[in-house]
Design a protein around this ligand. Structure first.
Ligand code: FDA
Length: 503
């Protein structure tokens, strides 16, 4: 198969032979393991046997077009990888033979301050984008995720949120144009792909429709001074404050974002639960303190807890660096907390009682490796955007997103099974306290336990609705309708791609 693929590439791109060694790698190539593993952000999959037949690392869009056409010709699937952060490894793993297209070299960013937009190629990371914006302007930013190594390609195609979500919504809410390569190798922009497809790729899984080459985004305004704080609380106080936080976090001033990260200390010995209240405020601390005194006095925030800084320093701070580190640190493409993990997500619509929280607190204490609950508040701009504006539907009425995460360093099957079991137990326990019918989940926190497509390309719409309605609610049918028209052969498919309506 790999010979036929190479031959096809040579036929499509005449002078390709000069570049073939730099661009296409098979499993006997010395660079194959290096290229494959460089961006695998979850080492849990390192020993997987579901590896690509060939890796294509294009330097030019014509190589992506050719790779699509040649994969089709030899009858194998493709997987596209931008930043490699997929929670289930779907950008670089597949049970049937496949070609992986790695977009790491397709990553230019062009900022245009005149119309406050930017064109970003899909292989760029959030860190590269934030860095470039800060070099061009001190009063512009972009509302997307916290982790600098996340790829723009996957992130925007699943929604994308971070510290600016209460003020500005999702990354996908700010896309104004895109280049998409379809199953016939055509490069389409917003006009030529049409408004339906343009709607679908912004949060509705672009990998079901084609390969995104670049997004055009609208930048947002940020003040020259912002304030951050991180207040650590433990045990009973942590629980009481988290309980209280649920009543106010989505109703705070939209310039104020306070997330909660509750965690054990990941050890076998006597553990304690800590909850960190991490916050970004779009303004100075003289404005923040009175707001906090009025809306969340229980936290007891004081001026000494607050640090004023520029927006780009706050990006470093939330990405896990020090705010005094140089912004160039954001250009590092490796996740700084890289270890094997499993995560799941939920949405909460009614505050959970203290007694019920006690149960999940006890479960955190039982786990002997690092286990976290990450709570991101919604409200603000998120409640103003309709559920069907883009495919991401979790808007008004959702108090916060909760992400359960367990991480481990020893990559053995026993360790992995133990932690997966723990995760199942927590998820089962939380059932009565989270959204229902459907139990909503965030697409970018991909979770194959929710269900997956069959490998014979024969999954019906109703079978896929089991997981699809959780991610997309009522938008799932529209996504399937658009998919059926745009990619009727279902060439762009994976374990959780949008199904055809007519199966
Ligand atoms: P990756 O390359 O693995 O792609 C993910 C999916 O998108 C795959 O199905 C892939 O095929 C598809 N895809 C990628 N590029 C494509 C392209 N050009 N065209 C079409 N399809 C493409 N989320 C969040 O909202 N806020 C946050 O703060 C964080 N933080 C975070 C930290 C860490 C450490 C991880 C591992 C993940 C997050 N995430 C997150 C989740 C993240 O948004 C999600 O995993 C994204 O899909 C990652 O996009 P990548 O391009 O990096 O992944």
């Amino acid at each position: 198969l790999d010979k036929s693929f190479m031959q096809c590439m040579l036929t499509i791109i005449g002078d390709y032979s000069k570049n073939i060694e730099k661009t296409v790698f098979n499993s006997s190539s010395l660079l194959y393991p290096k290229v494959l593993e460089s961006l695998e952000q979850n080492p849990r999959w390192l020993n997987s046997s579901n590896k690509p037949l060939l890796i294509v690392k294009p330097f030019h869009e014509s190589e992506i077009q050719a790779a699509i056409l040649c994969s089709k010709e030899i009858g194998v699937q493709i997987r596209v990888r931008s930043g490699g952060h997929d929670y289930e490894g779907l950008s670089y793993l597949c049970k049937t033979p496949f070609i992986m297209i790695d977009l790491i070299e397709i990553r230019s960013i062009k900022i245009n301050l005149v119309d406050e937009t930017a064109w970003i190629q899909a292989g760029a990371t959030l860190g590269e984008l934030y860095y470039k914006i800060s070099k061009a302007s001190k009063v512009h930013g972009f509302p997307a995720g916290l982790c600098a190594s996340v790829g723009i390609g996957g992130h925007i195609s699943g929604g994308g949120f971070g510290t600016l979500l209460r003020k500005y919504g999702l990354a996908a809410d700010h896309v104004v144009d895109a280049y998409l390569i379809d199953a016939n190798g055509r490069i389409l922009d917003r006009k030529s792909m049409g408004e339906d497809v343009f709607w679908a790729i912004r949060g509705g899984s672009a990998s079901s429709f084609g390969v995104v080459l670049a997004w055009k985004i609208r930048l947002v305004k940020v003040p020259s001074i912002v304030t951050v704080f991180s207040v650590r609380t433990v045990e009973e106080r942590a629980k009481k404050l988290f309980h209280r936080w649920q009543y106010i976090a989505d109703k705070l001033h939209e310039d104020l974002f306070i997330r909660v990260v509750a965690q054990n200390d990941g050890s076998n010995s006597k553990q304690i639960i800590q909850a960190f209240f991490n916050s970004l405020f779009l303004g100075g601390k003289d404005k923040l303190i009175p707001i906090m005194n009025e809306s969340f006095p229980e936290l007891g925030l004081q001026a000494k807890d607050c640090i004023e800084m520029s927006w780009i320093q706050s990006v470093l701070y939330f990405a896990g660096y020090n705010n005094w580190d140089p912004p160039e640190f954001l250009l590092n493409r490796t996740t700084i907390y890289k270890s094997s993990f499993k995560a799941k997500s939920d949405y909460v619509k009614e505050p959970i009682s203290e007694t019920s929280l006690e149960g999940v607190w006890t479960m955190l204490l039982k786990e002997d490796t690092l286990a976290l609950l990450i709570m991101d508040p919604y409200g603000g701009k998120m409640s103003e955007i309709s559920e069907s504006e883009i495919p991401f539907p979790h808007r008004e009425g959702y108090l916060y997103n909760i992400q359960y995460m367990v991480k481990w360093e020893v990559n053995t099957i026993d360790e992995s099974n133990k932690n997966l079991k723990w995760m199942e137990m927590v998820y089962r326990y939380m059932t009565p306290y989270v959204s229902k019918s459907p139990r909503a989940a965030y697409f970018n926190y991909r979770d194959l336990d929710l269900g997956s497509n069959k490998h014979d390309n024969n999954t019906s719409y109703s079978e896929a609705s089991v997981w699809g309605s959780k991610y997309f609610k009522g938008n799932f049918r529209r996504l399937a309708k658009i998919k059926t028209k745009f990619d009727p052969q279902n060439f762009f498919r994976n374990e959780q791609s949008i199904p055809l309506l007519n199966i």
